[in-house]
Design a protein around this ligand. Sequence first.
Ligand code: GDP
Ligand code: MN
Length: 389
Amino acid sequence: MNVHEYQAKEVLARFGVPVPPGEVAETPEQAREIAEKLGGKVVVKAQVHAGGRGKAGGVKLADGPAEAEEKARQILGMTLVSPQTGPQGKLVRKVYVTKAVDIEHEYYLSVLVDRANACLTIMASAEGGVEIEKVAAESPEKIVRLAVSPVAGFSPYLGRRIGFSLGLSPDQVKQFTKLLSGIVRCFLETDASLVEINPMIRTPEGEVVALDAKISFDDNALFRHPDIAEMRDIHEEDPLEVEAGEAGLNYIRLDGTVGCMVNGAGLAMATMDIIDQHGARPANFLDVGGGASKESVTAAFRILLRDPDVKAILVNIFGGIVRCDRVAEGIIAAAKDVEIGVPLVVRLQGTNHEEARKMLEESGLPLIVAEELDEAARKVVEAAKGGAR
Ligand code: GDP
Ligand code: MN
């Protein structure tokens, strides 16, 4: 789960990470009041779950309360389009008004999970503020990477090594080490999967501050952090993914034309690969889970069909825990509830699959039955290409 910048900073501040003071506003008038409280120059920042806001006109400096109100009026309600939002952009519903800080230098800092080495990795660069992907591609030597040993945990030595390599002075390295230890503690204690500070800055007075913040939390651990789970903003999520989550389905929307309904994540991945090999792209990842009941199959059809890009559907279910005839029953019942309207290819293998096949064939439903995965993929790709929708 991702959260907004203002929420990420609130969490980081609990761990002693220095962030500029600020408050969130939903109206231009509120933005003015916050600016009055903060005093001096402020920054008005669009709160959407995407970076690249600065270049997209979503981060604006204001001299005082009146200007803060004006900038908030411009930003609130805008559809912010950045490389991270996709071409459709994101509607801005909230702005964060923070005290403006003078910047002498912008750095990049992040902590993430290094799966290959099974530990946390700290990444830092003196080339901050810009897209780190660009730095990584063009001058990877400007990024420092250091592993945090799961046995030893965070040690101030890590802060000193990275701090000095960023060119910080001994006093700034001390501040940086404290900031970094706060971030690592925050990461571990909140079950985060990414903490990214871009930019972390050095002020002309030599202070080190987190000016922007992004945190992703591990969904599977949210039950341990009800305060963080409450920070969820479903406006920022794909509505189909939200609905799927409520129906207990694991669904991720993708950009292809073949809707997939599969049980088990491994089989779902294999199904997506084979669709790709046959020359089409999957419209989604969907794992209906072990049960594949009538209810979950119906919900899955509803969600797949709400995506206008879906030109054909492939149901690929292995009857291991669930019997194929039960799944066939589910498909037949679901087809009565939901108007499918696109070609439907069904492949059921495993327990009672002959019986299931017979049921599907006798159901009178206009579906295409397949035995082998390769055959199923070929048929669904053909159907999607000649798609009726
Ligand atoms: P992003 O574009 O979505 O990553 O938003 P950021 O929070 O990183 O802000 C973008 C840029 O705005 C930063 O890299 C800074 O250059 C600038 N900026 C943000 N806050 C301040 C501030 O308090 N003072 C100054 N001078 N610039 C700021
Ligand atoms: Mn940023």
